[in-house]
Structure formats: C-alpha cells, structure tokens
Design a protein around this ligand. Structure first.
Ligand code: 4AZ
Length: 344
C-alpha cells in the first residue's frame, strides 16, 4: 500500500522535478541549493555556482572585445529581465549590450552560461532621475533562455504578499565590494540583509524623507553589509515564510555611499510594479494612456516582429502552486518514510 502511495506521489511530482530544462510554471527555486552549507556570511562572500539562478549580468561589449559589467538584473520569464531604469541613464543603444544568464565567475563562463541580446528596453514612463522614483525597467531578450540547474526564474509578488514579514533576505551582484574602490569582483557576491522599517529609513538621521512608499530599505543600521555601485538592477530576494522558494521583492536602486551606518540600500519594491510588469510583457491590457519609453536596440540580431510571449503562464502562475506542491509532497514522502521505518 505504502509503495503504491509513493509511486502515485512520485508520478505527481515528476512534472515538477522535470521543469529544470524548461522553466515550466516554477519560479524562485534553487535546484543546486542542497550543495551549499548553511554558512553565515559577514559582508559579501563568493556565491556558489547556481546559487541565485535568476541573476543576470547586463554588460557592454566595447570595440576590441573588452566586456564591462554595467548592472544586475533578474530573469522573470524566459525572455524578460527586470532591472533598474537608471542603468540606462546614459542610454546608448548603438553600443553592443548583452545579457549574461547563469554565470558565477564572469571571466570563466562555462557551458551553463547563456548569452542574449536586448530586443527591447522598456523604461518606466515615470522614472525620475533626480528622486529615483520608479527606478525600474524591463529588457526583452532576443531569444528565450532555456531553464536549467543554473538558470531559473525569479517570482515577482503581487500586492497580496506581506513583504515586511519575510525574514531570510539576500542581495547579490557583481558590484563594487568596497565603496572607495572601483574594483569589481569576478565571482558573484551574495550577502544576507534585513528588511528595514520604511519609517525608520525615512527618519531625519537616516534618509530624511527621500524614501517613497514604492521603495524598500534593506541592510543594517550599522552598515557594513550592503549593495554598491554595479549591483544596481539586481535582486533583493526573500525566502517564503513557509516553503523553499524565494520572492524577488526588490530591485537594487540607490543609497548614500555603500555600507554606511543609517544609510542602507534602497530598492524598488517589485510588488508595487506587478501590474506595470504584466502590462509591459503583454500579459494584461494597459489601463493608462501614458506610453512607456520604448528604446529600440538597433543591433538586435533579428528585427522580426515581437513574438507573443509564450511564457505567460510561468509569470501568471508564479509561484503557486508548484513550489507549494513540491514542499507538500516532500513532507508527505518524509512522513511515509518515517512511518515505514517504524513499520506501521
Ligand atoms: C549604485 O550606484 C548603487 N548602497 C547601488 C546601491 C547602493 C549604492 C549605489 C546602495 O549602483
């Protein structure tokens, strides 16, 4: 009887376990997470390959082939990357931009790494480059990526997620590891951060009113651990309170210096832009008349009409119910094994 139940459960789990080579309907999962120890980090540390599989590096390839990492970003569907609008302030579509997905050490990109070009850049129509309000942008890739152990989608929360209750939050990026040095790490850095109360963050000795309701503050009151230049556009993720997947709650936006006391990192809160994201991706009709700034990328290899997103279900159903199902069936399997061990 037990064997039969396990077989049924395994059959039910199969589509979930089989989603690693196409993103399926899952997001926020880290297939290689079992490889990492539960090490505590002080400041940024090298991330393990595949640790943050939605993390992308947005780069410029200069004439002569020199590659420069400009900003981070997060893969939210097989063909869309969420990033910061200010990464494209000196917007130069004539340059050769590229998006690197699945990388860990930028100088040694193995077969797990996928490189795409930007088909379209969509900057928020109300982005303000003084206040950094609405510092959010979407990149449409020229071709969809293949999901794998190293490439997974991030989960964008809608308004129903109680973000302030999330506890295990992390930032990652290839940005500067020291505020006073422009040297950039080769290996992806990661650090745990705390979500900080927005009222405290806006108080007179902190950011004195510069924090908007569409922002999140994350880091530490005493500084030391923070994002920095080059981390912009990258993810602030928090683990779900009940299951083993991560929410993309913020896009790295700005901060006064890096890692200073009472001046934590400021992030664009993704849940406030959930509807905007859906509209831009063509998954929901636009309600407003203001068009988003569409920047054509002339070098995009194919100038074919924009394909109809085929990944809509991945974003729409994100993250429920698959991660919850994985969690549920894992618990049931553990229970069955425990019962079997007791010969019940
Ligand atoms: C930047 O310039 C930047 N300390 C990103 C994050 C922070 C500061 C600056 C937060 O990309």
């Amino acid at each position: 009887m037990n064997v039969l139940l396990v077989l049924v459960l395994l059959a039910l789990c199969r589509p979930v376990q089989g989603t690693w080579d196409n993103c399926g309907a899952s997001c926020g999962l880290r297939p290689l997470a079992h490889r990492y120890g539960a090490s505590r980090v002080v400041g940024g540390t090298d991330a393990q390959p595949g640790a943050w599989p939605w993390m992308v590096s947005i780069q410029i390839v200069w004439e002569g082939g020199v590659v420069q990492h400009i900003c981070g970003g997060s893969l939210i569907s097989a063909q869309w990357v969420l990033t910061a609008a200010h990464c494209f302030l000196e917007n130069r579509p004539e340059l050769l931009w590229r998006v690197v997905i699945g990388a860990n050490r930028l100088s040694q990109m193995g077969p797990e790494v996928q490189v795409r070009h930007i088909q379209r850049l969509l900057i928020h129509e109300h982005y303000n480059n003084i206040s950094q309000l609405n510092d959010i942008a979407l990149l449409e890739l020229d071709h969809p990526v293949q999901c794998s152990y190293y490439v997974q989608l991030a989960c964008v929360p809608d308004a129903s997620l109680r973000v302030s209750e999330l506890k295990n939050c992390y930032v990652s990026g290839w940005g500067a590891t020291n505020a006073r040095s422009s040297r950039r790490p080769d290996v992806l850095q990661e650090a745990p951060v705390h979500l900080l109360n927005t009222h405290l963050c806006n108080s007179s000795r902190w950011y004195a009113g510069a924090i908007h309701s569409n922002n999140l503050c994350a880091g530490y009151a005493y500084g030391i651990i923070d994002t920095c230049q080059g981390d912009s556009g990258g993810p602030l993720v928090c683990k779900d309170t009940t299951a083993d997947y991560f929410w993309l709650v913020g896009v790295t936006s700005w901060g006064k210096g890096c890692a200073r006391a009472k001046q934590p990192g400021v992030y664009t809160s993704t849940q406030h832009f959930y509807d905007w994201i859906l509209v831009q991706m063509g998954l929901r009709p636009a309600a407003t008349a203001t068009p988003t700034q569409h920047v054509p990328f002339t070098y995009a290899p194919s100038q074919t009409p924009r394909p109809i997103p085929t990944q809509s279900s991945q974003f729409d159903s994100c993250p429920f119910p698959r991660p919850k199902l994985v969690e549920f069936f894992t618990r049931v399997q553990e229970l069955l094994q425990a019962l079997r061990g007791k010969n019940v």
